[in-house]
Design a protein around this ligand. Sequence first.
Ligand code: M6R
Length: 614
Amino acid sequence: MCGIVGYVGMKQAQDVVIEGLRRLEYRGYDSAGIALVHEGDLATDKRAGKLANLEKAIAETPLPSSTTGIGHTRWATHGAPTDANAHPHLGNESRLALVHNGIIENFAELRRELEAAGHELRSETDTEVAAHLLESELATGVGLTVAMQRVCGRLEGAFTLVAVDSHDPDRVVAARRNSPLVVGLGDGENFLGSDVAAFIEHTREALELGQDQVVTITRDGVEVTGFDGRPAAGNRYYVDWDLSAAEKDGHDWFMRKEIFEQPAAVAAALLGRHTEDGRLQLDEVRIDDAELRDVDRIIVVGCGTAAYAGQVAKYAIEHWTRIPVEVELAHEFRYRDPILTRNTLVVAISQSGETADTLMAIRHARAQRSKVLAICNTNGATIPRESDAVIYTHAGPEIGVASTKGFVTQMVACYLLGLYLAQVRGTMYGDEISRIVGDLEQVPGQVGRVLERADRVYQLAEELVGAKAVLFLGRHAGYPVAMEGALKLKELAYIHAEGFAAGELKHGPIALIEEGLPVFCVVPPRGRDQLHGKMISAIQEIRARGARTIVLAEEGDPAAADYADTFIALPRVPTLLQPLVAVIPLQLFACQLATLMGHDVDQPRNLAKSVTVE
Ligand code: M6R
């Protein structure tokens, strides 16, 4: 949700912090703020709105020179997005500054306690109580590290906290529980960030922290302890992408760049996952074959786009393995007391690996002794760390708030998992598996061909500026694609959009059809069951009632073309893999329509990239 940066070193902290916030702004953009330690004092500025407002304020009233600082970009939870509620928050004596990501659940009772003791709180946030508690601990004579350990012991909920003490200028102290925080290891300087993008410009050496840990960074050192003060160790790793991955590379939006990266992302997701003769080799699946053979049910959990990837997975995995697969929104999962056994495999899909709802779902599953396999794009994130096994999607950093390459590579990982299970359980012959692996290897080129025709989709977006509502229809694996297309449009263009299973139309939604209503129709490839024909019938039915049909179907499909007001050709791919190519025009359409409407595509209103609060 929020983005956090901390720095201590030899450079101007203001530059490092502001640059870090720029790279983390996708995590939240309700307000931004900075605190620097300068000659035994704190210099702070914080502004409601995007980072640009803070930058403008600092340009007008410069902050003093400093080599130690912290910064924050906010996605509001407690309190409106105002200057007063922006972070950093100060303690009662303004000795300490603190930034926070997460929710402190017992903040109301802590606030009452502080107010009774004479503290004057200036904001509506939960964060400010932690700032006051920390400063009270400092007043007892302990240093910031010990103060942080003590305060964390009193807090309930999920939090990353990063603080500076004006009396101790060369130190930044942070803590985490159920909320992301990474350390960047430099030479004569060290960094803190909600993710590595915060410091990728300066170092690719990183330290991942465990739960309930406190970290102290100075110029020359990094010290990790538990909340109980006992020494602990982080896990050091090298970040396998560089600054160019965090730049727009000539595109207007990160989202558009990420859409066009999808051929490479799919290729990366497949790389090294099979032998030349198409035998799956998923070394990361650390669950042994005997246990995989015993799996009698799979539950896929995720949120938003990740849940739609799970719905595609259901079609493929059930078909290939004959294991029943359920797909459940992660935030609903644990509250219905699901039936879980040792033989249930829970597959958690999360691009960020930090989504709180999904994290809580896997914790619930593991507590019931089910095995959890994560499908994740972020190395070392909390969800893969807390899972029994992980398949990384290797899409590279996804910065646009709307997921694109994250979605496509999640589907690839699900296909690989399904084929791997089929291989281990012997539900498919080797040559069948290898044929599908061959089909998957064609996908990067096929996605590339869809992207070459982006102009046709852009032209359609121009024609549809002003549309009040848009529907999306699909069947079988095309149904989750329809829902994903609708989600993209809602979150970027703020247009009412719905995805329906085409067969459901006549049971109610067809009443929505009126003259000129744009309806995207994802047509399954010809030749499989009767799906194609049934979808064509649905298109005829809505066209007869005045809908403007935008038909996505394989090239040279005359039946589909006949009923299309606009025809968008897709390469010929097997039905189960079609989502990989069918979703691309829908991503392009949402991105372009939102652009034409003047919206900020990378930072849509009210949203944040990773949702680290429940
Ligand atoms: O990081 P995750 O994959 O766990 O995120 C899940 C959803 O929050 C995410 O897919 C969201 O729906 C996107 N904004 C969709 O574009």
